[in-house]
Design a protein around this ligand. Structure first.
Ligand code: ADP
Length: 460
């Protein structure tokens, strides 16, 4: 190496030789300086050589360190040498190399951040496994859907990460197969059944060689539940409609078969037909109400305006007064005149009418119904309290479901459709409120709607 440890000695020898030659030449004219001059020359040469060597050596060391740091992956530092240094060109190249490595690392990091952001914002779960069945990528949605808690899945075998055998088998099949495939799996997760739709695709590198498999998981539990609710609803509606229609058809046939000949029978049968037609009408009416409320609250068309609650309650009580009088039941209204509420007056009146109608239906003659509005701490509370037959505790959790009735034939006899409380629930939700029920058999029931209380609820 030309700038090695022997470089100053070489330089010194060459310089001493040059000065010695000069000294000999000079000696011819100045014989007294014949010895001193080569000596001085040697000393100067030694000094210059040592200085040059130490500077070059430290530049070289600095370069060496910089290259070592680069090799170790640290490209942040730059090396600065004097422009006169013979190594300055090499240092500039090393700096350019460091800048280029920096740029590549930054691009790589930003690509990784983007990929992470995309994966973690996906609702679908993503799991990628290599050919040996080890997890090479998994996003947070997959961890959430599969309830993968404390363990760090990356690098682990799929069997260690996923406990469900059907999903394990699907992943193994995904690795064995060269084709994409899909399935629907029902898994038990913490005692709750989940429906997952899973799609698998082969993972290949740029050259087309298989790297593993990519599985996309969708949690279809909610969707399937909604589909089931819809299916049950259609079945319920068909069942509810079939009863009056069968009855109407039966009595029409009886009339056609000769019952018309007996005016008394004919009148009786026609009255039944009329009642069943009314029933059909009531069911359609309630179904339409329900679907309208659902549609309007889904598209946020239920416009709430602030107004006194007492007006709405008063109107509801008035429209139930005849029915209450027929059933010999008294209705008492208690509501502070200053209590206001963000409400849709028509819908809210409908909900209160449904609650009062039920209270009348399930009360004994001589009973009393209290319609009460109060504003306790955090809410406005609207209650319809009766002293009727009450409801067994086991029915309470399902009482607001469509067509849920405790005693079907009694409900039908009383003119119920099984949709009254479902309508109350939807109207409550359209107001940002929720309904509750407290009841004991033989002691009566308290149906309540809890409205979030705003600052102006008790404006003077
Ligand atoms: P329905 O049209 O049958 O009254 P609802 O949805 O209004 O349908 O009520 C569902 C069921 O809840 C009723 O069939 C009845 O069994 C019960 N129920 C509702 N309100 C009361 C009440 N105030 N007292 C006792 N039972 C009630």
């Amino acid at each position: 190496m030309i700038f090695g440890r022997r470089f100053p000695i070489t330089l010194m020898l060459y310089s001493a030789f040059a000065l010695a030659v000069l000294g000999v030449a000079w000696n011819i004219s100045q014989p007294r300086l014949a010895v001193q001059l080569p000596l001085v020359g040697i000393l100067i040469a030694v000094g210059v050589a040592l200085r040059l060597h130490s500077r070059l050596w430290s530049d070289f060391q600095a370069l060496h360190e910089a290259v070592k740091r680069l090799a170790a992956g640290d490209s942040r530092d730059r090396i600065y040498l004097s422009p006169q240094s013979p190594l300055s060109g090499l240092a500039a190249s090393v700096n350019e190399l460091a800048v280029s490595i920096d740029r590549h690392i930054a691009a790589h990091v930003s690509r990784n951040v983007e990929r992470e952001a995309i994966l973690s914002s996906m609702l679908e779960g993503i799991i990628a496994v290599d050919m040996s069945g080890r997890v090479i990528e998994i996003n947070s949605a997959a961890q959430r859907i599969l309830s993968i808690g404390a363990i760090r899945p990356l690098g682990r075998l799929v069997q260690e990460v996923i406990s469900n055998h059907r999903l394990q088998r699907f992943m193994t099949h995904a690795l064995d197969s060269a084709e994409s495939h899909a399935d629907e799996l029902h898994i038990l997760d913490g005692g709750e059944e989940k429906t997952l739709t899973v799609n698998a695709a082969v993972l290949r590198d740029g050259a087309g060689a298989r790297l593993g498999a990519l599985v996309v998981i969708n949690d279809a539990t909610r969707l399937r539940k909604l589909e089931n609710i819809r299916r049950d609803f259609v079945a319920n509606v068909s069942h509810e409609l079939r009863t009056p229609i069968t009855s109407i058809k039966g009595f029409v046939e009886t009339l056609q078969d000769g019952a018309l000949a007996s005016p008394e029978d004919a009148r009786r049968f026609l009255a039944i037909i009329a009642r069943q037609a009314d029933r059909l009408n009531a069911i359609f009416d309630d179904l339409l109400k329900l679907s309208r409320i659902e549609q309007e609250s889904e598209s946020e068309q239920v416009i709430l305006t602030r107004g006194p609650l007492v007006d709405v309650l008063h109107a509801a009580v008035q429209s139930c007064e005849k029915q209450a009088a027929d059933a010999k039941v008294r209705i008492v209204l208690q509501c502070p005149a200053e209590l206001t509420l963000e409400r849709h007056a028509v819908l809210l009146e409908q909900a209160v009418v449904n609650l009062i109608t039920n209270a009348i239906r399930y009360s004994e003659p001589g009973g009393e119904i209290l319609v009460r509005a109060t504003a306790p701490k955090h809410e406005v509370l609207l209650e319809v309290i009766d002293q009727g037959c009450g409801i067994e505790a086991r029915h309470l959790p399902r009482i607001f479901e469509r067509f849920y009735r405790i005693d079907k034939s009694r409900s039908r006899e009383l003119g119920g459709t099984g949709l009254g409380l479902a309508i109350v629930k939807h109207i409550s939700q359209a107001h940002g409120a929720y309904p509750t029920v407290q009841s004991r058999p033989g002691e009566g029931s308290t149906f309540a709607i809890h409205f979030p209380r705003s600052a102006q609820s008790l404006a003077a």
